[in-house]
Design a protein. Structure first.
Length: 437
């Protein structure tokens, strides 16, 4: 991998793309440290220091924003509104015929869906920004912090609207920066920014584990966490690269005097077809009852039960629900993102067939059977990886956003693999060895 980067910097156009990407990353990280108007920065810092990494309900969003959420900066919402909008549009594509037709139109339809995603991102940014400002004004963003109520000194309507507009504009700028990286840099811009946001929280989280450790001044715990992280990265790389290749044979066709077809290929079905989406869905769904309980002034038994089981993260009921939801959403997402009947129809249209399987409906049933068989280990793998923060919570006293947690590792490894593959493919295009030497 290091050799590929060294060769890339020696190539002028690739070096220009890499430096452009690094420049956008610097701009993004600078924006995550600029506070929005109307916020008492000293009070925010005092509450962040007192929290000591225990970020509660807002931990997942704070991780995706690179720690900017709890700092209440202009990029506080980060890339999360765009991720949510993309997932919603992808789910609606299966439900709404108009979106499904746009998806089949090719590049023009994809551009239209991208435009809808931008509009939905701005709407979600307004909604999430309003919720964050309301939470900061009420003091619920940092529970137990004496300065939490003075984070927003002036709670007038004008200041509140200004704060929401600033965060919404910050989200639009983040989306624009991601698209610039996609067009003029290396890799998918949104994925790169997500990668940087998560990686930025690693040093502080690792050092917090070292500071809270007791064995050899915390170095034993620090080294154990690093070792566990390396093992997890290797496991994730192995599973993410694993796929079931279904062979496909295309029949020969005579058109005039020429023969076409007769080639062999395969359909690659990944073991983890759903990626990190089920983990995000499950985490978000489990945050809803805890969020309702947090903003409720009731003293009923249901609030006490939610706070004791669904907030701490290490309760057996929480662990069981989390695992089952990940397995469910893995099957659900695979069912809506991969249509065996559509694949079988396309194969039949172009004269393709799976050896030993008849074209048409038998092919669709076979693809569905194979997909269900490989989704089971993929969903169980996602559930086990996602439970690592819980085991860290019990074993090391770490917070729920363990630096080598399931969501962060899956995203970092996935984005890293795709970026390296893209760099290598561009290097191969520029260093093609011809027949004559």
């Amino acid at each position: 991998m290091l050799t590929a980067f060294a060769r890339a910097f020696k190539t002028p156009d690739l070096r220009k793309k890499l430096l452009f990407t690094l420049g956008i990353i610097v701009v993004y990280r600078v924006g995550t440290h600029i506070p929005i108007p109307g916020v008492d920065y000293r009070a925010v810092q005092a509450c962040v220091d007192q929290a000591s990494g225990n970020q509660g309900l807002f931990g997942l969003v704070n991780m995706f924003s690179g720690g900017a959420l709890l700092q209440i900066t202009i990029f506080a919402l980060g890339i999360m509104p765009y991720i949510t909008a993309s997932i919603i549009l992808q789910l609606l594509t299966v439900v709404i015929p108009r979106l499904e037709a746009l998806k089949k139109e090719g590049q023009a339809g994809t551009a239209k869906i991208t435009q809808y995603t931008r509009y939905l991102t701005v709407a979600l940014a307004i909604l999430q920004g309003t919720g964050l400002v309301a939470t900061a004004r009420s003091g619920a963003l940092f529970q137990g912090c004496p300065q939490a109520a003075s984070i927003v000194p002036d709670q007038s309507i004008f200041i509140t609207i200004t704060m929401v507009i600033t965060m919404t504009a910050g989200t639009a700028v983040v989306m624009w920066l991601g698209e610039l990286v996609t067009d003029r840099g290396i890799g998918n811009g949104m994925s790169i920014l997500m990668f940087i946001s998560i990686a930025a929280t690693f040093p502080s989280a690792l050092w917090a584990i070292k500071e809270s450790g007791d064995l050899a001044d915390g170095w034993i715990e620090f080294g154990t966490v690093i070792l566990v992280g390396l093992v997890m990265v290797g496991l994730v790389v192995f599973v993410e690269q694993a796929q079931r290749r279904i062979p496909v044979q295309y029949a020969k066709r005579m058109i005039g005097r020429r023969s076409y077809g007769g080639t062999s290929t395969y359909i690659p079905l990944k073991v983890n077809q759903a990626g990190v989406i089920p983990v995000i869905f499950a985490s978000s769904l489990l945050y809803i009852p805890a969020l309702i309980a947090q903003f409720s002034n009731s003293t009923a038994g249901w609030k006490t039960w939610i706070e004791s089981t669904l907030v701490s993260g290490n309760h057996p009921i929480y662990i069981s629900l989390y695992f089952l939801l990940i397995v469910f959403f893995a099957f659900f997402y695979v069912a809506i993102s991969f249509n065996p009947e559509e694949v079988a129809d396309n194969m039949k249209k172009y004269g393709g067939f799976i050896p030993g399987i008849r074209a048409g409906r038998p092919t669709a049933e076979y693809l569905s059977y194979v997909l269900n068989r490989i989704t089971w280990p993929g969903s169980l793998y996602l559930g086990l990886i996602a439970l690592v923060p819980t085991m860290a919570l019990v074993g090391f006293g770490a917070n729920q956003n363990f630096p080598f947690g399931g969501t962060s590792i899956l995203i970092i490894v996935g984005v890293g693999l795709e970026t390296v593959k893209q760099i290598e493919s561009q290097l191969q295009q520029r260093n093609y060895e011809g027949f004559l030497r």
